[in-house]
Design a protein around this ligand. Structure first.
Ligand code: HEC
Ligand code: HEC
Length: 214
């Protein structure tokens, strides 16, 4: 009994190592993502009890949407060409504009004010080495969208930089700017779910076939 248990643990850690190595190297992201999905669904008793369903996917996406629609995400995913600020998502002051690459225009480059880390204090610039908006040709708009509209945008290869659903999951799981939303600096509210709950909802959406709310 004990011997079997040890073998199971050894096999388990091997799988975990293999998964993170694949994801970390960034090679074969598709293959790694699919591998993860199939390994992940096999032992899940929930998946066995509830076969994949559009209704479950739509409900999971609606839950994840509460995070996308929160100011911490939406402020960098505006409909127009200026970032937004604050919990009321007002247009960024000082006439800051997106620019083609999302890093600002002329003297108003994001890094003029936004450092590699949050500047402490109320109303001080938040920071991250990658601080920028999505580029002008791939805006990934959240502001003004419904959950269903945003879901379809997220899955549309022409609008998401030809990413697969697995790559979108990888982005929300690992990306630094996404992570910033849960460490946003003084005086800013957090998204309504933890990052783990948010990623779990996105995975549930994908595992159920990634159907979009109406
Ligand atoms: C500081 C600005 C900033 C913040 C804050 C931010 N994003 Fe983004 N987001 C970007 C940029 C820039 C890109 C495009 C670059 C890229 O794809 O890596 C992007 C791209 C994306 C994409 C598209 C990537 C894909 O795989 O299709 C998703 C999804 C996304 N962000 C989700 C979020 C979520 C969720 C949050 C909040 C938890 C968030 N973002 C917060 C700047 C931001
Ligand atoms: C002239 C200085 C300056 C420039 C240039 C600048 N910002 Fe800001 N930004 C700030 C300050 C200061 C704040 C904090 C405002 C506050 O919290 O009241 C801020 C806040 C933000 C926020 C709000 C974060 C949140 O969730 O509340 C976003 C998003 C943002 N900036 C994006 C950008 C982007 C993207 C660029 C480049 C295209 C940029 N900023 C350029 C000074 C600047």
């Amino acid at each position: 009994m004990l011997k079997n248990w040890k073998v199971w643990v050894a096999a388990g850690s091997f799988v975990v190592l293999g998964m993170s190595a694949g994801a970390w190297s960034g090679q074969g992201r598709n293959a790694a993502g699919e591998g993860m999905a199939s390994r992940g669904s096999a032992p899940s008793s929930e998946a066995a009890a509830n076969p994949p369903s559009d209704a479950a996917a739509e409900a999971a996406f609606a839950r994840a949407w509460t995070v996308f629609a929160s100011p911490r995400c939406m402020n960098c995913h505006p409909a127009g060409d200026a970032p937004l600020q604050g919990d009321d998502s007002h247009v960024h002051t000082q006439d800051v504009k997106r620019g083609p690459a999302g890093r600002g225009l002329y003297g108003m480059k994001c890094h003029t004010c936004h450092q590699d880390a949050n500047t402490p204090g109320l109303n001080m610039p938040p920071g991250n080495p990658k601080w920028s908006l999505p580029p002008a040709n791939l805006k990934m708009v959240i502001q003004g969208e419904t959950a269903g509209e945003f879901c379809r945008q997220l899955k549309n290869p022409a609008m998401n930089g030809r990413r697969t659903v697995e790559q979108v999951i990888e982005h929300v799981s690992k990306d630094d700017l996404v992570g910033w939303a849960w460490d946003p600096g003084d005086g800013r509210t957090l998204p309504p779910l933890s990052r783990a709950e948010f990623v779990a909802a996105m995975k549930k959406w994908a595992d159920n076939g990634a159907a979009c709310p109406k």
